[in-house]
Design a protein around this ligand. Structure first.
Ligand code: SF4
Ligand code: SF4
Length: 361
């Protein structure tokens, strides 16, 4: 376990699915050099197939005994989708805008479709996803080369590209499918939580650019941080698929107020809620009930008294109020304070090496 842990909280009630975060990340990190198909940050519609396709069913993570589970390596063409471009220059000469290949699949192929019967009880919401910089990373445990490590100073999970041989066990072992194979260099690559920005006291590009102001960033052990308060004090921010056993450090404030359903005559069904509770339990476990209860009671308190520290925190009147990244902390780290990489690998019962994985399809 790292000495400190950076975390991000995303308030799903505020995400508008604009994909600004996706573009911020892509232009910064993944629009070149074999990473074109990768989305270190993506925003998917739930319910939906997600990215890569049906990632929740592709295994990885740990069982209750702490043993790593076998997983599937998604197929780039079928499950991620081959990126395409458009003939922009030709359009200037009067031709019609067309893609340069026949697209067959891609992220957000089913964006905004959701589930339920339109118009009476259909619904969806957005889930932005990045690597969870897990406390017990499935990717790290699966790597037979010990090429993945967790930084002591902030828990950021990184790939040591000098050690990585491109075996891709890490992709099978990650239950979130948030580590990718770069075919150009035959290595695995993933979200680095914009650590060069973080070290300068700046939030990751996805958080900095977020239009909906849904993303809070800070250290979990810093009691003054927004992430500490949302995760530990108010317990309204929950990890996604915690049962996978990796200890994710990206947390979500669950969608709290959905529109009501309509009856066959188009009248509002009072007290109804379009988002099925069992779907939220599936994503966030039983803890989701306590989180929603707290959120609703604080909303009520705010309505009645005009006051709620939690609502003020979630509203984030000033963008700068969403991040607590003490630049001085990084500056204060002595140059050689960190142990060499080899002694930073996690040790323990959950770090068995995976012996095999299912073939992709
Ligand atoms: S989300 Fe996946 S890639 Fe990221 S640290 Fe966890 S197991 Fe590794
Ligand atoms: S930029 Fe913010 S609001 Fe827009 S999709 Fe990303 S997380 Fe959601």
């Amino acid at each position: 376990m790292s000495q400190r842990q950076l975390a991000m909280v995303m308030d799903l009630n505020k995400c508008i699915g604009c994909q600004t975060c996706t573009v911020a990340c892509k232009t910064q990190w993944t629009n070149r050099n074999g990473r074109e198909y990768m989305y270190w940050n993506n925003v998917e519609t739930y319910p939906g197939t997600g990215y890569p396709k049906n990632w929740m069913d592709l295994g990885g993570g740990f069982d209750a005994a702490g043993d790593i589970q076998e997983g599937i390596i998604p197929n780039i063409e079928a499950d991620y989708g081959v990126p395409w471009d458009y003939n922009f220059e030709a359009v200037g000469a009067g031709e019609q805008l067309v893609p340069n290949i026949e697209p067959t699949w891609g992220p957000n192929w089913d964006e905004d479709q959701g589930d339920g019967d339109f118009p009476n009880d259909n619904y969806f919401f957005y889930i932005p996803r990045i690597c969870n910089h897990c406390t017990n990373p499935g990717c790290l445990s699966s790597c037979p080369r010990d090429a993945i490590f967790k930084r002591d100073q902030d828990g950021v999970v990184l790939v040591d590209l000098d050690r990585c041989q491109g075996y891709r066990y890490c992709i099978a072992g990650c239950p979130y499918k948030k580590i990718y194979f770069n075919p150009k260099i035959s290595k695995s690559e993933k979200c680095i939580l914009c650590f060069p920005r973080i070290e300068q006291g700046l939030p990751p590009a996805c958080a900095q650019q977020c239009v909906g102001r849904i993303r809070f960033v800070g250290f979990l052990d810093d009691e003054q941080s927004q992430v500490h308060q949302l995760v530990h004090k108010y317990k309204v921010a929950l990890p996604l698929n915690a049962h996978k056993g990796t200890g994710p450090n990206i947390y979500y404030v669950p969608p709290t107020e959905a529109p009501p359903k309509f009856d066959a005559n188009g009248n509002v069904i009072e007290g109804s809620n379009r988002i099925p509770t069992e779907e939220l339990e599936k994503l966030f476990g039983q803890e989701v009930h306590g989180a929603i209860k707290t959120l609703k009671s604080e909303m009520q308190k705010r309505k009645e008294t005009g006051k709620s520290e939690l609502m003020d925190l979630l509203i984030a009147y000033q963008h700068s109020e969403m991040f607590r990244l003490d630049n001085g902390y990084y500056k204060s780290l002595e140059k050689n304070k960190l142990a060499p990489i080899d002694t930073r690998y996690l040790k323990g019962k959950n770090t068995h090496k995976i012996s095999h994985f299912k073939a992709g399809h």
